[in-house]
Ligand binder design. Structure first.
Ligand SMILES: Cc1cc2nc3c(=O)[nH]c(=O)nc-3n(C[C@H](O)[C@H](O)[C@H](O)COP(=O)(O)OP(=O)(O)OC[C@H]3O[C@@H](n4cnc5c(N)ncnc54)[C@H](O)[C@@H]3O)c2cc1C
Length: 401
């Protein structure tokens, strides 16, 4: 039976960061992905400052071929029904990448043994080791590893197979994103967010390499005509005209961050990135996937070298990432903790009258009440924010028990 020190499941940013740290620590590391690489990933591909720094320090410069045009995003454009579009310049440099090329660069640069079209099927804990079952190009194989790092995204099969009670308690949103050739009256330097009812909590639009990218997300179980409603809205309000559809991407997103239900793993299995529930406002998640992956890889390396417990080390080192993620859903802390440097960003309403500001705030409240219907989410955000304000910190059950 093949043996590795570490198996990393999922060759997204979290998995590649974990694999890189393990390789740097001299561990025999296998990085697998179920898809043929390079693979597409539903994502706007905006690389926050924190992600850029992490990649530069740990993997080197992002290859030119991974960038899209426009070269960088200037910020967000918020559309309020009563006021129209308000542009916010982040005053910082956030490039656009194509995730297939960006992620493939990271996976190759991790230096680990890399296998695509290899599916994680299940695991059995056997004393100091784990027996893992994989499906390699349709053939089942077993291997023994000392540690497993689960970086298999928001709908994690690793969690489903070894902690089904955690998986069963998770709530989900579906995200769909389509790429079109056509025309639209929109500024390609901004990511648009439409605060309009009936299109889910995050209906968005951006343009990359002249492709019109339109997407929305909505809680699983709700009626799914939201994408069609968004297309109608864009036709009426932004002159969208579609010549042809280029591609469709879809994925599930979990809501572990706002519910404060992170799952960093247990025993010899460490979870990172989307799979452990880290997410920032607006769905930014590459920066925390990279950071948590790095922490998991470092914890496993140290544990194998020193004969200590990786999970205890990891819980400590990854906790600040959970705090930042909770901050990102805390209205009092959001701006101070974004993954890009927004110090020079003017206020959202800086060029608008008080009347417009009040109208936009009313639109935003109506929108939040109508679209943010995930059970327990608003209550959890309020509870966490109040605790942080009055007691100076969060209680995070996943690591503070
Ligand atoms: C629509 C949308 C837009 C977004 N835009 C941005 C953005 O602009 N900027 C940003 O920073 N973040 C953005 N995000 C978030 C970002 O995409 C994620 O946070 C990030 O990809 C998480 O990285 P990860 O490594 O944890 O998981 P992923 O990137 O999801 O990688 C998981 C990998 O695991 C593999 N896998 C899954 N199951 C198995 C299995 N059983 N066996 C083997 N392999 C498996 C998958 O094929 C995949 O390659 C966006 C998300 C969405 C949905």
């Amino acid at each position: 039976m093949e043996k590795y020190d570490v198996l990393v499941v999922g060759a997204g940013p979290g998995g590649s960061a974990a694999a890189r740290k393990c390789r740097d620590g001299g561990l025999k590391t296998l990085l697998i992905d179920k898809q043929k690489l390079p693979r597409r990933k539903a994502c706007s591909g905006i690389i926050a400052n924190k992600s850029q720094n992490y990649v530069l320090e740990n993997f080197g410069p992002i290859p030119e071929s991974a960038y899209g045009k426009p070269y960088h995003s200037r910020g967000m454009a918020f559309y309020f029904p009563s006021v129209g579009t308000i542009f916010t310049d982040c005053n910082c440099f956030q490039p656009y990448v194509w995730r297939n090329k960006f992620d493939h660069f990271l996976a190759k640069a991790s230096g680990a043994d890399l296998e695509d079209e290899t599916l994680f099927v299940g695991l059995k804990e056997k004393g100091e080791e784990i027996e893992v079952t994989l499906e390699r190009k349709k053939n089942k194989v077993q291997l023994m590893v000392k540690y497993l790092i689960g970086a298999d995204g928001a709908n994690s099969h690793v969690i489903r197979s070894f902690a089904p009670e955690v998986y069963d308690g998770m709530t989900w949103a579906s995200a769909i994103q389509k790429y079109y050739e056509g025309r639209i009256d929109a500024d390609n330097r901004y990511l648009y967010w439409f605060l309009v009812r009936g299109m889910g909590p995050f209906p968005w639009l951006n343009l990359k390499d002249d492709q019109i990218i339109i997407g929305c997300a909505y809680p699983v179980g709700q009626k799914s005509n939201k994408f069609e409603a968004l297309i109608d809205f864009l036709k009426k309000n932004f002159g969208l005209s579609i010549k042809s559809e280029i591609a469709t991407e879809g994925c599930m997103a979990n809501t572990m961050t706002p519910l404060n239900r992170f799952f960093p793993g247990r025993g010899r299995v460490l979870m990172v990135g989307d799979a452990m529930g880290l997410m920032h406002q607006g769905g930014e998640g590459i920066s925390c996937a990279l950071a948590s992956g790095g922490h998991a890889g470092a914890a496993v390396t140290e544990a194998i070298r020193q004969g200590t417990d990786a999970f205890s080390l990891y819980k400590k080192s990854v906790r600040p990432e959970m705090v930042t993620s909770l901050d990102q859903f805390n209205p009092l802390r959001m701006k101070a903790t974004v993954a890009s440097d927004t110090k020079g960003q003017p206020g959202l309403f800086h060029a608008h009258s008080l009347g417009d500001e009040l109208k936009a705030l009313r639109d935003a409240l109506v929108f939040v009440k109508s679209e943010f219907q995930i059970k327990g989410m608003i209550g959890s955000i309020l509870k966490n924010s109040a605790r942080r304000f009055f007691l100076g910190g969060y209680h995070i059950p996943a690591v503070d028990k």
